[in-house]
Design a protein around this ligand. Structure first.
Ligand code: CP
Ligand code: NVA
Length: 302
């Protein structure tokens, strides 16, 4: 049974999933396609968007979702992931998990008899990247030929963007301080996809270089969940990388501002930018649900 743990799992399906998301968002889908289906949602970390968008998305498709906090699950008391996967598979039709360690999600998927969907790990956030691509497609009419600049560290969000951008024929640059670059294996795969799709991938600590010919300026918190011990150092290192009006002026006219949210105004982005005319952050958040409904349809519809 296939699962969605990484954008690499949908290398050949990204475009179809996005087309389906557009159709589903416009209401062009049969009534209750997931009637009688149940999604288990395991959360080891906090969430607003992921939890609510999956829950409401399942409901709108005619199914239901069950919220499972890892604090309450026996898994939180040490029950093996294998047993959790095997048992949940007897009850539900799919498992969405937000986990601390990506390897735990891989193990869950290995033993699960139903699809597992990654709702964020330390390595990737594929559902976020799908929603982001949908937002870019809606705003510009297409993804192809556009360029994203992610300003921030090599984290779950930028990793998934690095992988999805070339698959949709978008250029991508990452502007990050030295020492905070994305993992080598992610960059390698991104470069392979870029070479197959004739697009560019740039990793640099030079903001001016990263922002050349950019249509989408994207940022995320400087301190992701789990990185709290590095907070003070990160605030110092990332200060020159704040997305403010001066930084936005380096992007193309008509460029948009994106952020996966939650955001910290005054740190990675100023209020002027996130609350300004170029910002599409609430469309982006809404699109989590539309993109994920396409994912749920794709993976759970028998
Ligand atoms: N962007 C995102 O995943 O938000 P939540 O942490 O609120 O789910
Ligand atoms: N990179 C952030 C994304 C939150 C949705 C984190 O992992 O905390």
């Amino acid at each position: 049974m296939s699962s969605l743990l990484s954008i690499t799992d949908i290398k050949d399906d990204v475009k179809d999933i996005l087309e389906l998301a557009v159709k589903i968002k416009s209401g062009d889908v049969e009534d209750k396609p997931l009637d009688g289906k149940t999604l288990a949602m395991i959360f080891q970390k906090s969430s607003t968007r992921t939890r609510v968008s999956f829950d409401v998305g399942m409901y709108q498709l005619g199914g239901r979702a069950i919220f499972l906090s890892s604090n309450d699950l026996q898994m939180g008391r040490g029950e093996p992931i294998k047993d959790t996967a095997k048992v949940l598979s007897r009850f539900v039709d799919g498992i969405m998990i937000r986990a601390i360690k990506h390897s735990d999600v891989e193990e869950l998927a290995k033993y699960s008899d139903v699809p597992v969907i990654n709702g964020l790990t330390d390595l990737e956030h594929p559902c976020q990247a799908l929603a982001d691509a949908l937002t870019i497609k809606e705003h510009f009419g297409q993804c192809e030929g556009k360029k994203i600049c992610f300003v921030g560290d090599g984290n779950n969000v930028s990793n998934s963007l690095l992988l999805i951008a070339p698959l949709l024929k978008m250029d991508i640059s990452i502007a990050c301080p030295k020492g905070y670059e994305p993992r080598e294996d992610i960059v390698k795969t991104s470069l392979e996809y870029a070479s197959e799709n004739n697009t560019e991938v740039t990793i640099t600590d030079d903001i001016g270089v990263a922002l050349q010919n950019v249509d989408v300026v994207y940022t995320d918190v400087w301190v992701s969940m789990g990185d709290e011990a590095e907070q003070k150092q990160r605030e110092l290192d990332f200060a020159p990388f704040q997305v403010n009006s001066d930084l936005m002026s380096l992007a193309n006219d008509g460029a948009i501002f994106m952020h996966c949210l939650p955001a910290i105004r005054g740190q990675e982005v100023t209020s002027e930018v996130i609350d300004g005319e170029q910002s599409v952050v609430y469309d982006e958040a809404e699109n989590r649900m539309h993109a994920q409904k396409a994912v749920l349809y794709y993976y759970l519809k028998a």
